[in-house]
Design a binder for this molecule. Structure first.
Ligand SMILES: [Zn+2]
Length: 241
C-alpha cells in the first residue's frame, strides 16, 4: 500500500516537473512569436512612439518625464527617464506602443514608493544571495560529518542544521522576490493598458494585452526555473538578478 502511494507521489511530481519545464520553455518562444507578429501592425493613432510618449507624459505626468536615447532592444524606464532606441522612437507599430506603455507604467509606479521598496528588497536579496551556496555547503558538510561520527559533538549537528535552514530561507526569499516582481510587472501592464485605451481601438488593445500577458508569462517561467534550480534540470537561473 505505502509503496504505491510513494510511487504515485513520485510520478505526480515528475509530471508536474515536466509541465513546469514545458511552460518555461514555451513562454519565451511564445513571446518572441507574438512580438514579431504585432511588430508588423501599425497603430491607428497614426503617430510615432515618441509622439505617443510625449502625449502620455503631458497628460499623466505633467511633462515631468525625460526622454533619452538608448541601444536597440534596451528600452527601459529608470529614475524619471524613459530611455528609447531610435528604432522604437520612430516606430509606429502596436508592439512598440505596448512595450513603451509598460515602461510608462513603471514610471507611474515610481510616483509611489512601490518600485523603490522593491529595489531595496532586491539589493538585500543580492547580498543574501552571496551567502546561499557557502551556507548550504558548510551546513551539508557539517551534517554529513556529524552523521558519520567524524565530528560527534552535538553543536556540529546544530551548526549544520542552522546552515541548511539559513540557505533554505534565502532560497524562499529569492522566490518571494520573483513573485513580488511579477505583481509589479502586472500592475505596470495594467497601467499600460489604461494609457493605450485612450487612443487604440478595442481590437488593437486586445493585441497589446495579449503581448503584455505573454511577456508576463516569461516572468512566471523565471520563477519556475528558480524554484526548480536545485533539480539541475532547468537552465541556470541566478537566485537574485
Ligand atoms: Zn516591466
Amino acid at each position: 500500500m505505502w509503496t504505491w502511494i510513494i510511487v504515485g507521489v513520485v510520478v505526480g511530481l515528475g509530471i508536474l516537473l515536466c509541465l513546469a519545464l514545458a511552460v518555461a520553455s514555451f513562454s519565451f518562444e511564445n513571446y518572441n512569436e507574438k512580438l514579431k507578429k504585432i511588430d508588423q501592425i501599425p497603430n491607428s493613432y497614426g503617430a510615432r512612439t515618441l509622439d505617443y510618449v510625449n502625449a502620455v507624459n503631458k497628460t499623466y505626468f505633467s511633462g515631468r518625464l525625460q526622454v533619452a536615447r538608448c541601444q536597440e532592444y534596451d528600452d527601459h524606464y529608470g529614475g524619471g527617464i524613459v530611455a528609447l532606441s531610435d528604432k522604437t522612437m520612430n516606430s509606429n507599430s502596436l508592439a512598440s506602443l505596448a512595450i513603451v506603455s509598460h515602461e510608462l507604467g513603471h514610471a507611474r509606479q515610481d510616483t509611489t514608493d512601490i518600485l523603490r521598496k522593491f529595489w531595496r528588497l532586491r539589493k538585500t536579496g543580492r547580498i543574501c544571495g552571496l551567502f546561499f551556496m557557502p551556507l548550504f555547503i558548510v551546513g551539508a558538510v557539517l551534517l554529513a560529518l556529524w552523521a558519520f561520527q567524524v565530528l560527534s559533538q552535538i553543536y556540529f549537528l546544530v551548526a549544520g542544521a542552522v546552515g541548511l535552514v539559513a540557505s533554505f530561507v534565502i532560497f524562499l526569499f529569492a522566490i518571494f522576490l520573483k513573485w513580488k516582481e511579477i505583481k509589479i510587472e502586472r500592475q505596470a501592464s495594467d497601467f499600460a493598458l489604461e494609457f493605450l485605451g485612450q487612443i487604440l481601438s478595442e481590437d488593437e488593445l486586445k493585441l497589446c494585452q495579449d503581448l503584455l500577458n505573454s511577456a508576463r508569462l516569461t516572468y512566471w517561467a523565471t520563477l519556475i526555473r528558480t524554484m526548480l534550480s536545485w533539480t539541475m534540470l532547468t537552465r541556470k537561473e541566478h537566485l537574485f538578478h
